[in-house]
Design a protein around this ligand. Structure first.
Ligand code: SF4
Length: 242
């Protein structure tokens, strides 16, 4: 589906779509969640996420930790995946395109699907534009990562496929992963996110700070795992990193 495709959806607040999901978070999602919850990005990571801040946490009974009765407890800061639901977005950085897909409704969902509007109407109404714009700005960091990785690895001596396989394994591990200051800084704006500062300004400062960290990092494995994590958190395939 593209933005002109006919589509409409009415949410009847049954809360069923907030169960049994894997919701990947971008650095911007994390920032918005933290602001909506009124806590720091560090506390948000610790309380509400798994995999170093990159996935929303769900309780043992399958509900999102943000769900309060059948309502989202952070509605104004809900992640882009929740805003888009029941659509998903497939992105390819190289082609710079987007494709929308209709997701399977939750069993028993009271949501009403229709064709009374367009995908674009729906996406606009959900406030998705600022998330996509912020994600595009973070995506520019992937080029900085690539350049630094090429400068730190001798691919005549290191087998590239094995190098990237290790990076993907490390980035996607849910436990027993190695310390990675770049991944930590990616999701934890580390104080820049203070109240009163405009979100666009925070994103600018955060990206600048991350770019400087990438330039200073000389450990290629740390760089590669962080690059994969960033790509995945922005909705790209890990293969788009290299
Ligand atoms: S963040 Fe809110 S909308 Fe998204 S799954 Fe959790 S409770 Fe539902």
């Amino acid at each position: 589906m593209n933005r002109k495709s006919q589509f409409s959806y009415v949410c009847n607040a049954c809360g069923l779509c907030c169960h049994q999901k894997v919701i990947t978070l971008s650095p911007y999602d994390l920032l918005r969640l933290a602001r909506a919850a009124g806590i720091s990005t560090r506390e948000t990571i610790d309380r509400f996420t798994i995999r170093r801040g990159s996935i929303l946490k769900f309780t043992d009974d399958g509900a999102c930790v943000m769900l309060e009765d059948a309502r989202c407890g952070v509605h104004r800061g809900r992640p882009v995946a929740c805003r888009l639901y029941p659509l998903g977005i497939e992105r390819r950085q190289i082609a710079d395109d987007e494709n929308f897909v209709m997701l399977e409704p939750a069993a028993g969902s009271l949501g009403l699907y229709g064709i009374d509007g367009s995908v674009n109407d729906f996406v606009e109404a959900q406030g998705v534009a600022e998330y996509l714009a912020a994600n595009a700005r973070y995506a520019a960091l992937l080029a900085v990562f690539r350049e630094r990785i090429v400068a730190t690895v001798d691919f005549d001596r290191v087998e590239p496929r094995e190098f990237w396989r290790r990076a993907v394994r490390e980035a996607l591990a849910e436990s027993n992963y190695d310390a990675n200051p770049l991944i930590d800084a990616m999701f934890d704006a580390g104080g820049i996110e203070g109240a009163g500062i405009d979100e666009a300004e925070i994103v600018t400062e955060h990206i600048k700070c991350l770019a400087q960290m990438v330039e200073r990092e000389s450990n290629s494995e740390i760089l590669a795992a962080a690059a994969v994590m960033l790509a995945v958190s922005l909705g790209y395939s890990p293969n788009e990193v290299h």
